[in-house]
Structures are given as structure tokens and as C-alpha cells.
Design a binder for this molecule. Structure first.
Ligand code: COA
Ligand code: AMP
Length: 629
């Protein structure tokens, strides 16, 4: 089939508003139509569908439950606990209404914030949808974050209520969520009025009288209560999702209701080639944007069955679990991070588990979250004998900036490229002065404003930070903070971040935040954290510290202390394990630490040493420290 991509992209380019209005009219139920498709005068750079009213929960649940109550909405498969459950659209509607009734009884109304801190269980999805039903703004916090990270989010979002669970389950250990939640609330200046706690059988927790309420009891008592979908402005926030910025203060990415539904619904057919009723599996976590968009909202908007998977690609119980899930639930598309495939490839290099399962339902594998290395793509292609599609996006956008749109007809795959720009994105590669560079030349990847529906209109309570972080450097453009190039055929190659964000096993983390943790150690005078290439996780952090005068410390002991601080302050997902004690850090004459040069040394490259370096001899000291290990 020849691809319709070029025609579709061109049709968007000619009539951007007509393009999105067409999707909005045919794919989404509205309570009231929009006054304008896009108004550039509103908010920071404009807003999509102002004047319109809608409800995301209605579009994800009620409309399907009316037509096909018995169709499967959620496939919960938890190899880590052995639990499995199919939830129909009818059951999901009953669960969501009951939980919405509980929230309403606790005083949650439109515009209130609710933090959801939960493992990968269906109740996390129900909680998101119950908020959407009421117009409450949810903010899901990934379970792998430590209490101080949760506290920062509580203080920024100021939730009226927190929904959580007694525990999560990781291979070989139970993660007690409740003590982390209690500590976070203790640390935070803002105190939520109530917590709704799901008691899991693997580990129950104590509830604090007056503040904590049992999730299951409350929901069962409220079962059958009618709670209508709240009419919301298309521009009202659906959720806030915090993501790493360049400091320890995460950015609260705001998502609206209307534009978000329009964009995500379009992607299900056009990018993923999926039909309503099919099973779609994003093997991610609801704490990340991939989980928000492709475990929860997009598949449900499209009337699909979505897989909620509580497990790991390896070790739960083996490297065949992905194939077992695909065959058992007839999954049509799998979406995961390359790191998951690297983990499978490492355990099962010859793909011996694959032929043990019937994978005939699977049509495409989608990868995102980090750069997909050609080795991993080729291994997956060879063993699955399917198209493997890399696509590129960010928490900020909620859907792919560039992809190979399977539903429009697959374009030739180019290894190392994340595909071509999707309609809505006028992608340009700019030099540091903001001029467009030629095809093949590396530069800053930017999107000409306006951003399409689904992308963030601003940061939570921080319009100015939004302008400064994303719009100020290249006026008229959204700066992606990714560097790369476009080739002569328009394919995008995303190479690296231009800021201090690193990508560890598909998790976006700030080295700036990690430096803040090291700097707080009483013996540390100065520090730097860099991301270094890793065969499994893509990148891992490494720390360098200069001790305060007079602080004589055993390096192994200091490393253990810093690792433990990092786990307690940021969380185990930081995967921080290596610390070097050095005499000095390499800097420019103006005092800027040469992190990029240090990374090049760590990765065995010939370092590009800037002419402004203060003392080149320090680079040899850094090299020697890393060689000793
Ligand atoms: N709650 C609590 N702790 C969590 C957690 C969660 N939800 N998720 C991860 N952790 C912990 C792990 O237990 C581990 O702790 P440890 O240091 O005590 O062992 C640590 O955080 C690092 O976890 P992880 O990143 O999962 O690394 P791993 O070495 O255990 O496993 C992979 C490696 C590749 C199997 C795993 O990273 C993976 O499945 N990656 C896919 C990532 C993904 O889907 N990203 C989403 C973007 S699309
Ligand atoms: P997150 O906001 O967690 O989704 O992380 C977004 C960042 O991950 C992007 O800015 C990129 O740096 C990186 N990323 C995501 N997908 C890709 C991809 N397909 N190729 C290269 N980098 C990617």
C-alpha cells in the first residue's frame, strides 16, 4: 500500500484548523460546539476549541458502555501477583461512577486537584477517569519516586485528596507506598484533606483516623450512586503531569480536555493502525505520559481493550512474558521502550521464547521514550517478523511529534530515525542563532507555533516559566530541547538532549536534581552528575564530587551514603550507583563545569575540549579517576 502520509500532512498544512475540526466533529462527542477551532489570543500561545464543552470520561467510558457494555475495556494482567481480570465497559462505568461518588462525597469538585500515587492496577485507571468525570484535575505520581519528590508535587498541585494503595510489588520486594505517602505529607507544607487507600492483600497498611479512608469499602458503599459527567470547557485542565526540568523543581505539564481527546483519537487509527474493539498494549506505567495517553485515554477513547500490565519484561517470570500476554489477549499493537527489548534480548538473545506463543494477532511494535538503537530494532524485526516503528514524543506533547504512521500506510523504515513529522507539527531544525539549517545538519529541533491539539498550553500556575523554558530561546517556536537533524526525505533523527535531562530505562530524569542531592551531603564541596551510555538502560547517571577541605572520606563508604541519599530523595529509578571522588572538576574560565566533555571521556570518545577550558590537566585526573572505578 502506498502511504497517504504526504497527502494527509499536506492537507493539514493547507488548512490546519479545518483538519482538526474535521477530526473533532467526527470522532468526539461534544456537549456544546466550539466558538473557534483555535484562538491565538488566548493564554500563552493560543488555545484549541475555546467555547466548546465536553467530558473526557464520557468519551472514554459512557458512550462505549451504552453501545457495547460487555466489550472489554481493561485487561489487567499481573504476572508479579498472579492476578488477571477482564473489566468490561459496563463494569468500568459502574466502578468509575462509584469512585466519582466517593470523591464527590469527600468534597472534590470541578477544578480541585487529586494526586494519584498507585501501582499498575486497574484502580489507578478508574481513579483517573473518576476525576475526569467530575472535572477534578488528576496528577499521577510514578510509584518509583521517593517521598520528597511526592512532597514537591503535593506542594505544587495542592491536592484536596490523594488516592493511593498500601503497596506496589517489584521483583523480590514489596514497595510500601503508605509510609512514603505519610512521609511526603509530613514534608509538604500543603496538607490534603483526605487520603483514599486501596488495601492490597500483599501488604496491608495502617490508616490514620480522620484522614485516611478505605478505598474498597468506600467504593462498595457508593456503588449504584448516579454521578453525571460534568460539562467542562474544552480548555479546562484534565490533568497535570510533572516531568523533570533542569532543576529539582519539576515542571507541571498541563493537559486540556478537548484538544487532547481530538489529537489522541486521531492517532489510534492514523499512527497505530488500530480499530475499535482491538486490544492495545502500552507496556509502560500510568505514572508516565505514555501511560496517560496509551494505557488510559487513547485506547479507551477509541473503544479498545487496553492492557494494564503489572510486571517487567524479564523476570516475571521470564523473558517470554510479553509474548504470553500478546497471545493470551490477542494484542494487535505493542508499544514499549527500547530498554524493555534490550532487557529481553539480553536474557533471550536467540528469541527462543518467541515461537512458543501464537503472536498472529500482533501487527506492529512501536518504540518510544528514548533513542531506539538500530541493533534493538533489527533484533525485534528479525525475531517478530513485523514492522518496528520508532516514534518520538515528550511529556509536553502527549502524542508523537514524529512517527511512521502505520495507519496511513507504512513509509520505508530508516534505522536511527524516529520517522517523519506528524500533522500538527511544523518541525524545523535551527542553529543556536535561530536560523534553519540544511538537511543533514545537526541543530536544535523546534516546532513552529502553534503547537497542535494535545500539547501543553502552559505549565501549572507558571505561565512565565513556560515561556522562559520553551518559547523564549527561539521566538515563534516551541523548543523541544532535543538536538538532531532532518534528512533530505524529511525523516527526523533525534540524537540527544540540549539540557541536563537524561533518560534512564525510558525514565526522564534531571541530573540537576541529582546534583542537588549530592551537594546537600555535608562533606561535598562541589559536584557534577552526567549521563553515560549504558547497554541496557540507554543511559545511567555517574556522580563526581570534590570534598570539602579537611574531609577525609573512604570513597566506597561515601558512595554508599550518596547512593542511599539518592534513593531516599529521588527514588530507586534514578539507578544511581557510581560516584567518583576527584580533586577538582574541569571548568571553563567563567566557571561552567564541562559536563559534556566529561561524558565524552566516560564514553571513551576523544573529548572535544573547549578553547575556554581553565586547566586541561584536570581532564587527565577525571580520566584516571574513572579508570580506577
Ligand atoms: N515503584 C517502586 N519502585 C520501582 C518502580 C515502581 N513503580 N519501578 C521501578 N522501581 C525500582 C526498581 O525496583 C529498581 O529498584 P532496585 O534498584 O532496588 O532494584 C529501580 O527502581 C530501577 O528500576 P527499573 O528502571 O525498572 O530497572 P530494573 O533494573 O529493575 O529493570 C528494565 C530494567 C529494563 C527491565 C526496566 O527498566 C523496564 O522494564 N524498563 C521499561 C521502562 C518503561 O516502560 N518506561 C516507560 C517509558 S515508555
Ligand atoms: P518523556 O517526557 O519522559 O516522554 O521524555 C521525552 C524525551 O525522551 C524526549 O525529549 C527525548 O529526549 C527522548 N525520546 C523520547 N522518544 C524518543 C525517540 N523515539 N528517539 C529519541 N529520543 C526520544
Amino acid at each position: 500500500m502506498t502511504s497517504r502520509y504526504a497527502d494527509i500532512y499536506e492537507s493539514w498544512r493547507r488548512h490546519p484548523e479545518g483538519f482538526w475540526a474535521g477530526v473533532a466533529s467526527s470522532e468526539i462527542d461534544w456537549i456544546k460546539p466550539w466558538d473557534k477551532v483555535f484562538d491565538p489570543a488566548l493564554s500563552v500561545y493560543g488555545r484549541w476549541f475555546p467555547g466548546a464543552e465536553c467530558n473526557t470520561c464520557w468519551n472514554c467510558v459512557d458512550r462505549h458502555a451504552e453501545k457495547q457494555p460487555d466489550a472489554t475495556a481493561i485487561i489487567y494482567d499481573s504476572p508479579i501477583t498472579g492476578a488477571k481480570r477482564l473489566i468490561s465497559y459496563g463494569e468500568l462505568l459502574s466502578d468509575v461512577k462509584a469512585l466519582a461518588a466517593v470523591l464527590r462525597e469527600r468534597g472534590v469538585v470541578k477544578g480541585d486537584r487529586v494526586i494519584i500515587y498507585m501501582p499498575m492496577i486497574p484502580e489507578a485507571v478508574t481513579a483517573m477517569l473518576a476525576c475526569a468525570r467530575l472535572g477534578a484535575i488528576h496528577s499521577v505520581v510514578f510509584g518509583g519516586f521517593a517521598a520528597p519528590e511526592l512532597a514537591t508535587r503535593i506542594d505544587d498541585a495542592k491536592p484536596k485528596l490523594v488516592v493511593s494503595a498500601s503497596c506496589g510489588i517489584e521483583p523480590g520486594r514489596i514497595v510500601s507506598y503508605k509510609p512514603l505517602l505519610d512521609e511526603a505529607i509530613e514534608l509538604a507544607a500543603h496538607k490534603p484533606e483526605a487520603c483514599l487507600i486501596l488495601q492490597r492483600e500483599q501488604e496491608r497498611c495502617d490508616l490514620i483516623a480522620g484522614r485516611d479512608h478505605d478505598f474498597a469499602d468506600s467504593v462498595e458503599k457508593a456503588r449504584g450512586t448516579e454521578v453525571a459527567c460534568e460539562p467542562l470547557a474544552a480548555t479546562d485542565p484534565l490533568y497535570i503531569l510533572y516531568t523533570s526540568g533542569t532543576t529539582g523543581q519539576p515542571k507541571g505539564v498541563v493537559r486540556d480536555n478537548g484538544g487532547h481527546m481530538v489529537a489522541l483519537k486521531w492517532t489510534m487509527r492514523a499512527i497505530y493502525g488500530i480499530e475499535p474493539g482491538e486490544a492495545f498494549w502500552a507496556a509502560s506505567d500510568v505514572g508516565w505520559v505514555v501511560g496517560h495517553s496509551y494505557i488510559v485515554y487513547a485506547p479507551l477513547l477509541h473503544g479498545c481493550a487496553t492492557v494494564v500490565f503489572e510486571g517487567k519484561p524479564v523476570g516475571t517470570p521470564d523473558a517470554g512474558v510479553f509474548w504470553r500476554i500478546i497471545s493470551e489477549h490477542k494484542v494487535a499493537a505493542l508499544f514499549t521502550a527500547p530498554t524493555a527489548f534490550r532487557a529481553i534480548k539480553k536474557e533471550d538473545p536467540d528469541g527462543r521464547f518467541i515461537p512458543q506463543y501464537d503472536l498472529s494477532s500482533l501487527r506492529t511494535l512501536f518504540l518510544a521514550g528514548e533513542r531506539a538503537d538500530p541493533d534493538t530494532i533489527q533484533w525485534a524485526e528479525e525475531h517478530l517478523k513485523l514492522p518496528v516503528v520508532d516514534h518520538w514524543w515528550q511529556t509536553e506533547t502527549s502524542w508523537a511529534i514524529a512517527a511512521n504512521p502505520v495507519g496511513l500506510g507504512l513509509l520505508p523504515v530508516k534505522y536511527g530515525s524516529a520517522g517523519v513529522p506528524m500533522p500538527g507539527y511544523d518541525l524545523q531544525v535551527l542553529d543556536d542563532a535561530g536560523h534553519q539549517v540544511d538537511a543533514g545538519t545537526l541543530g536544535n529541533i523546534a516546532v513552529k507555533l502553534p503547537l497542535p491539539p494535545g500539547c501543553l498550553p502552559t505549565l501549572w500556575n507558571a505561565d512565565e516559566r513556560f515561556r522562559e523554558s520553551y518559547l523564549a530561546e527561539f521566538p515563534g517556536y516551541y523548543q523541544t530541547a532535543d538536538a538532531g537533524y532532518c534528512d533530505a526525505d524529511g525523516y527526523v533523527f533525534v540524537m540527544s538532549r540540549t539540557d541536563d535531562i537524561i533518560n534512564v530505562a525510558g525514565h526522564r530524569l534531571s541530573t540537576g536534581a541529582m546534583e542537588e542531592v549530592l551537594a546537600a551531603h555535608p562533606d561535598v564541596a562541589e559536584c557534577a552528575v552526567i549521563g553515560v551510555a549504558d547497554q541496557l538502560k540507554g543511559q545511567v547517571p555517574r556522580g563526581f564530587v570534590v570534598l570539602k577541605a579537611g574531609a577525609a572520606r573512604d570513597a566506597t563508604e561515601l558512595q554508599a551514603e550518596c547512593v542511599s541519599r539518592m534513593r531516599a530523595e529521588i527514588g530507586p529509578i534514578a539507578a544511581f550507583r557510581t560516584l567518583y571522588v576527584v580533586q577538582r572538576l574541569p571548568k571553563t574560565r567563567s566557571g561552567k563545569i564541562l559536563r559534556a566533555t566529561m561524558r565524552q571521556i566516560a564514553e571513551g570518545e576523544t573529548p572535544r575540549v573547549p578553547a575556554t577550558i581553565d586547566d586541561p590537566a584536570i581532564l587527565d585526573e577525571i580520566k584516571a579517576a574513572m579508570a580506577v572505578g
